[in-house]
Design a protein around this ligand. Sequence first.
Ligand SMILES: [Zn+2]
Ligand SMILES: [Zn+2]
Length: 332
Amino acid sequence: MKMMKALVIERPNEAIVKEVPIPEAGKGEIRIKVQASGICGTDIHIYRGEYLGSYPIIPGHEFSGIVDAIGEGVTRFALEDHVAVEPNVSCNNCSACFSGRPNFCENWQGVGVTLPGGFAQYVVVPETAAFSIGTLDFAQGSFVEPLSCVLHGVQKAQVHLADKILIMGAGPIGILLLKTVLTQGASEVTQLDTNKGRLQLAKKSGAKYVETEVNNLQNEAYDLVIDATGVPFLLEKSLDLVRKGGTLLWFAVPKKEASVTLSPFKIFEKGLHIVGSYTSVRNSIQAVRMLENGKIDVSDVISHRLSLEEFVRGIETIEKSEEGVLKVIITF
Ligand SMILES: [Zn+2]
Ligand SMILES: [Zn+2]
């Protein structure tokens, strides 16, 4: 049996690189030789035992690679194709799927969450979960998944021409949100973060103002406030910062047990539109197009390139919010 290296989370807080059998591509599946795999907040939740999934698991849902084996009946791919993966595997046979909400599929499976993921040399996925990335480099290809989620959220929030927008948080997702809203006609974006290194990139990427202290921001000043922090007091504060009739997009994944105090009267009086956004709904082709055509450049969002053996160091780097830390990717 041929073996490969994989990062396996055996149980919370215990991840090791070990040899496991290379998976075979079954009917309707392709095998991908992974080239780049990004560490996401979800991987940290899985590693820390805070979120979904069962153990042991090979995490990793933001990755790209080369098609290296093709199962029976696969029609969209050939060997050597370069692909990225949309990790939400829906059944196409439940009421959520039939209603165009595959992200809420009743039989949902997630590559890197409930199925083996991309922190391994090889991974097998259904053909329907893979998308060609053409000539895009693999590091950029690993952003197809997070960018898909961002595109879905921004579409739900409906940016209008000349909007003034506040983005709270300038981590990788905050920066992707910034780059995306700027393509939608935002006239002015302010970005908030306590990490000055991150704010430098926000500024370079087109944020007009950057701020480290939320109390320096003016209330009622923004058409749209986007949260990319999940921090409860900032979520509460967003109700004051948004103008009357404005929109809040609460995008970040907050802690499961977190709660906030809201004034229902304020929501009524200001006529607010509060939008949540869960994963994506088949936004991968859009994401690939934005990346391929340089409408959104993500090369500067990568701050660290590590090896598979350095996975835990990557997680700790993100958790400590080291100066300027953005996207950490594992390359093979
Ligand atoms: Zn992710
Ligand atoms: Zn379904």
